[in-house]
Design a protein. Sequence first.
Length: 390
Amino acid sequence: MLKKLEDAYFEGKRVLVRVDYNVPLKDGKVADDERLKASLPTIEFLLKKKCSIILMSHLGRPNGKVADEMKLDSIADRLSELLNMKVKKLDDCIGSEVSSAVEKMEKGEVVLLENLRFHNEEEENNEDFAKALASLADVYVNDAFGASHRAHASVVGITNFIPGYAGFLLEKEVKTLGNLLKSPKKPFIAVLGGAKASDKIRLIENLQKKADKILMGGAMAFTFLKAGGYETGNSKVENDSVGEAGRLMKKGKIVLPVDVVIADRFEENASSKAVCADNIEKGWAGLDIGPETVKIFKKGLEEAKTIVWNGPMGVFEFDKFAKGTDEIARFIANSKAATVIGGGDTLAAAKRAGVYGKFSHTSTGGGAMLEFLEGKKLPAIEALERAKLK
């Protein structure tokens, strides 16, 4: 059972908050601040309790080395704007200088530690590193659902040394996704797309137990079409996963495209045409679901009471092959069903279609969401449930 913020006494304490600020940067500035905004309710709650707030996050994959392009200065700047107060960024996340700076903090101040992954010990879940982080504060809060499928020091090891609680964002993610698996309103329809079937085999297997239908598009659909004996031309197929795809198809509930938009090459201005899924020409590749499939998918979604969407229906980065993704995204956004979406490409597709923010729940964790819906126990959630209390 997760310990909630409302259950703790925070007045005047130093609180170490793990956030997920692994966001894209462009020209030295934050290019997408949705994850920063998602953390604001927890930060603002703690500010009202007159806490000193120490934020920590990773960014990118620096492999244990300091990389200027992965420093968190621009994130501190943008967070300062969102909170309308100065957020000071420290030059490290552990060490005497960090400890000294934290000890001098006034109530109501916010600091952001430097990128956790500048230390290999973070990803190694090193005990001494976790203990050093924990020594900075009285209480720990995990509000980083997007990092909770990793057994890292800042989300797992740290809970052995300091009382731990779930932030509002983490609590919302666990509750929403948990309800999706335990008691979804029926009919429950899953819409899956994206490139790799292999990444979603376990997800499909678990959803077949929960969902009424699984509507499948994207490149991953061609692995399943090949398993059904179809000619797939130059479409992206994971041959190593064809056997697994065939096994899952025998269990039912999977709805594959009946037509696809094919192209003679993987380019924006390639020649293209819509053909039946069993009529893909050799030398051509499927890059989007076809118009008949869009109609069938919409028909399947019409009566849904719960919809989960992960993965685009085609190569939405090219305007010419984005129609299937755009139409399905808009249809789901306008549905009266409870709608849950997640995954980086899915969120990008929703923004492209002009419907970002119009879903019941937009998950901040791509990999974490998938593993949760696969039925896996996330290491950070388990650790937080076991976290010591004073």
